[in-house]
Unconditional design. Structure first.
Length: 218
């Protein structure tokens, strides 16, 4: 009996390992997911929105692999969770109003005409503590902007989509393009990156997509 259980366990483990290895190879290298051409996807004047974060991003310019947007942050909007970016410095220039920025352990106030640069790997969180709309110009890599434009409406469909386990599956299909890592109530960055890598084939198999036409900026 023990021998039978052991053999069953070994076969089960072999199937799981085989599935993971084959799935990872197929997803990441043989048939990777495709994204639209950014030059056709992002058009000046088109916008993407996040009700959850209380903001709207409107495309201003595509340049040198980056997207410049004007971001309207609604009054009292909480903004995104505290997060960091691994590969780029993020720039915010305030056009009107007063932006609050969690910068490491500090809260900075940035007013019209001022610019703040967030170095990569620095935890930060832009938000609006005032009773008026704040407008800022932001520059970020096209890959991240694309991911945000697709995931904002997914989160807004159902707030549960922005929480584990659903959010992990959705982020997994974006892979390293989604260069944003929460620093509060989330696994450490190396663990999160590993989870995304391992979950990607399963997420794709059960129907998660990295492109939904209905979510394209309008």
């Amino acid at each position: 009996m023990k021998q039978k259980i052991k053999k069953t366990a070994m076969w089960t483990l072999s199937i799981i390992v085989g599935y993971i290895l084959v799935g990872l190879i197929v997803h990441h290298w043989i048939i990777p997911t495709k994204t639209p051409e950014y030059s056709n996807y992002f058009k000046v004047g088109k916008s993407f929105h996040s009700k959850l974060e209380g903001l709207t991003q409107t495309v201003v310019r595509i340049e040198n692999g980056n997207l410049m947007t004007d971001i309207e942050i609604q009054a009292k909007a909480a903004g995104p969770v505290t997060h960091l970016h691994e590969k780029f410095d993020e720039t915010f220039t305030v056009k009107s109003g007063t932006l609050s920025m969690q910068y490491g352990s500090e809260i900075k106030k940035i007013t019209a005409g001022q610019t703040i640069v967030i170095p990569k790997n620095t935890p930060h969180k832009p938000f609006n503590e005032t009773d008026s709309v704040v407008v800022v110009t932001s520059v970020m890599p096209l890959d991240l902007a694309y991911c945000l434009s697709q995931i904002y409406p997914f989160w807004d469909k159902d707030e549960a989509n922005s929480r584990p386990p659903i959010v992990l599956f959705q982020l997994a299909v974006f892979g390293d393009k989604f260069d944003s890592y929460p620093t509060v109530d989330a696994p450490p960055k190396p663990i999160l990156k590993t989870l995304k890598f391992l979950l990607a084939p399963t997420a794709r198999l059960i129907g998660y997509k990295n492109y939904n036409e209905e979510f394209q900026p309008k």
